[in-house]
Each structure stands twice: as C-alpha cells, then as structure tokens.
Design a protein around this ligand. Structure first.
Ligand code: ZN
Length: 244
C-alpha cells in the first residue's frame, strides 16, 4: 500500500496540482492530509474541492483550518497571518466553512500502520524543530512512524535505542528500520519555509518500508499574481518565491 502524504497546502492550487501530477506518475493508492488546507493562499474553496474529490483516507485539521470556527481562532497569528485568515474567512463559501469545522483533531492512526498529526502527537498546535521537541513527540507516538506538518520544513528524526537525531533521506527515500522510530515532516505543499520554494510532498510505501520525499517546481508567479489581486498581505506574496 502506497500513501500520498500532503501537508500545509495553504490554499495554493498551483502547488497542489503539480504535486498530484508528480505523485500520479510515481503511483499511490491512498491519500492522507496533515492539515492547514487553507490560510495564506488565494484559492481556499478550489483547494477544498480538490481535496474532497481525492477522498483522503485520513485527514487532521491544522491551526489555519480552525479559523472556520471564527476569527478569534487567529489569536496567536502575526499581523499578516491574521489578515490572511480574515480574508480566507470572507472568501470561504458556507459549505466549505462547515466542512473545515468538521475536520478531526489529530493525532490519528491510519490503517494501523502509521500515525498522522498537524503539530505533534502531544499537541496539534505545537512546533517541532529540534531533537528536544522531537523526543517528546516520538515518545508520545503510538506507531513506529509518525508524520507531522505545521513547521513547513521537510525534516526527519530517527530514534534508535536511546539516541535521537536528524537523518537525511537517500536518493530512493528514507529506509525505515524495523527497530527504530521515526518522526517525519514531508514539508509544505503550498508555502515551503526551508529555503526551497518548490512544493513538497511524500509517498509512504508501507510494504517496502520506504518514505520518498519529493520537491516539485510549480508556477509560483501565478499564485503570487492571484494573491496580489486578492489583496493578500505583500510579505506572504514575497515569501513564496524565497521559500521562507
Ligand atoms: Zn501551516
């Protein structure tokens, strides 16, 4: 069974579509979505329609999806994120807003094979950046492999025995050892922040024990033009090209 893993799409339909095309060429059976389907980007309704049509086997909500409950959910957001959240709230159709409010809170175990969450399995809104964060999360994970999003930074931690560290996938992806635990962020589809502006996604092959992590170019300028036309904050428009 091969799972396409999508995280932090952030209403970026151009980035989502190139990931889907690329993933179709590689082949997958099921889809999981790690939250933040909307927020920041110019096409929240279109992206929700696309995600619904894909019939994901599992999805969890992200902090930006929660603004569907009301703008007070954007309390911890910076000025640009808050402005984008208000814009998103105004742009969403009533049906799409309702759909977002029904997204389940993570963590969630998928087919008894691996776990997904937005921030961490401890707290859906927590950011995992370093080994200390990762250690707490990996101890709380109920499966050998836990996939997370939220930071928009593609990274993989391995816990082997008592030692935890960052690991780099090889050319054929990340080989998952049976005696280790893993905590992996596939990166963000729609707003990468790891200095690589290309859209990120992953494909997990549970039978081959391999997690492929991929980056694909998408027409960033097209998304930026739509954001500018929509009046979304300029810093959010600019950061897409920098991947920061
Ligand atoms: Zn996000």
């Amino acid at each position: 069974m091969r799972y396409l893993v999508l995280s932090d799409i952030h209403a970026n339909i151009e980035a989502l579509d190139v990931c889907l095309d690329d993933a179709r060429r590689r082949g997958y059976d099921r889809i999981v979505v790690l939250g933040d389907i909307v927020g920041y980007g110019p096409d929240p309704n279109e992206v929700i329609d696309r995600v619904v049509a894909l019939e994901p086997v599992a999805l969890v909500r992200g902090n930006h999806d929660k603004i569907a409950f009301g703008i007070d959910q954007a309390e911890g957001f910076n000025i640009a994120a808050r402005a984008a959240a208000q814009w998103t709230l105004n742009a969403l159709t009533a049906d799409h807003r309702t759909w977002l409010t029904r997204l389940p809170q993570g963590p969630s175990v998928v087919d008894g094979a691996f776990e997904i969450c937005h921030g961490s399995p401890v707290d859906e809104d927590e950011y995992i950046f370093d080994e200390l964060d990762a250690r707490r999360a990996i101890d709380a994970a109920r499966q050998r492999l836990c996939l997370f999003g939220h930071t928009h930074v593609a990274m993989a931690f391995q816990l082997q025995g008592r030692s935890i560290g960052l690991i780099t996938p090889g050319a054929d992806g990340l080989r998952l050892d049976a005696d280790a635990k893993y905590l992996v962020n596939p990166g963000s589809v729609g707003q990468p922040r790891d200095a690589d502006p290309r859209a990120a996604y992953a494909i997990l092959d549970v039978d081959a024990h391999v997690l492929g992590m991929f980056r694909v170019d998408y027409p960033v300028e097209q998304t930026q033009e739509k954001m500018a036309a929509a009046g979304l904050p300029e810093p959010l428009v600019r950061r897409l090209a920098a991947g920061r």
